[in-house]
Design a protein around this ligand. Sequence first.
Ligand code: URP
Ligand code: ZN
Ligand code: ZN
Length: 458
Amino acid sequence: MSLLVKGGTIVTASDQYRGDVFVEGERITTIGTSLDLPADRVVDASGKYVLPGGIDVHTHLDMPFGGTTSADDFESGTIAAAHGGTTTVVDFAIQYKGQTLHHAWETWMKKAEGKAAIDYGFHMIVTELTDQVELEMDDLVRQGVTSFKLFMAYPGVFMLDDASIFRALLRTGKNGGTICMHAENGGVIDVLVKKALAEGKTAPKYHALTRPARAEAEATHRAIALAEIAGVPIYIVHLSAAEALEMVTEARDRGLPAYAETCPQYLFLSYDNYEEPGFAGAKYVMSPPLRPKETQDRLWRGLAFNDLQAISTDHCPFCMKEQKTLGEGDFSKIPNGAPGIETRMSLVFDGGVRGGRISLNRFVELTATSPAKIFGLFPRKGTIAPGSDADIVVFDPEKKTTLSVKTLHMKVDYNPYEGREVVGAADTVISRGRVIVDGGRFVGQAGAGAFLRRAART
Ligand code: URP
Ligand code: ZN
Ligand code: ZN
């Protein structure tokens, strides 16, 4: 099959120009102006941007968590992602205590196989670090699972002690892996949660009030310090607090390879959402929590000035009905997480590019190129170039959409941005040379997504 994407404005992290993209099989082979090559299909991109497919390096599909399982599996989640202009996800496989990393990897491979409609990779969540697990880390890096998420929060569930964290960091110095850190001080938070509940403070807003920004900043600082001592890079996931961003900025100013992502929820929502009436605040229960509205500007500045390098979603949807309600009467039992896999590109384009906070090139860099580089997918993914996978989004910068649970495709019964109008949306989405969204309609196939073996750091 060949495909010609004609007449659009090609945008990468560094360039913006009118041109045509010719695709043969799964790859881009030629880029030029007024290409006159016979193609099985011509996609008219006039008046639209031709972007590299979005890369979301933080999703939780079909994930058991908080006594239930995230509402999107690899089929519904990746189809929703495709609608939103994302063509690659990197999800998380979980090693439960007493289990091997390989068992976790196989389990998550089975969850994705036959279901994923777009390409996918895995980070490995390590919850127990033994000598054997360290050896397994080496093997996983060789097999293309090249990053490991560690938790400084959720004591008794996911949290690792500093010694284990430090050992894992040292190991990545040898095997070329990357540590991704959930940076919140879990011990402090646990004490605050117990105190709040003992005082009868049970409403959803106490989830946020027991997870102070300083607990995120302290853990971020500690994570970076441990990585500095180990002499390796570190990537902080879902950074939400201005105080935590200061820690990353300070480290980067000293020349340390400290990287961090933030997520749309921290750019567009705020603590005020927890004050919505009744149990509605549960929609926004996630960790770290939403922060004061003023934080949003600080995060946008961090994105613009490269103190933050990526925008991922931390898509971890739980329905209000039967899932979030597990925590009615006890905020600590509300499953942590919110949906976002489908709305990332439109929200960031609208609020970021149209809002004048980041350039169009920076938008591409933050949503595709930079995550591809950090996580060993570049230049196969994350850019429009000859030889790269033909993961292409024809993006309509003028299309107005009102975000609503009624029209979005994520399998969850609410949307945190309900009623918000955004301008800019994916129109046609191409995954490895196949059109999978055509004029806003999904025409791809569950199971067509491939597992991506990612490269280690060199
Ligand atoms: O609340 C969140 N973030 N849920 C997903 C798990 C995690 O820590 O990323
Ligand atoms: Zn996390
Ligand atoms: Zn997460």
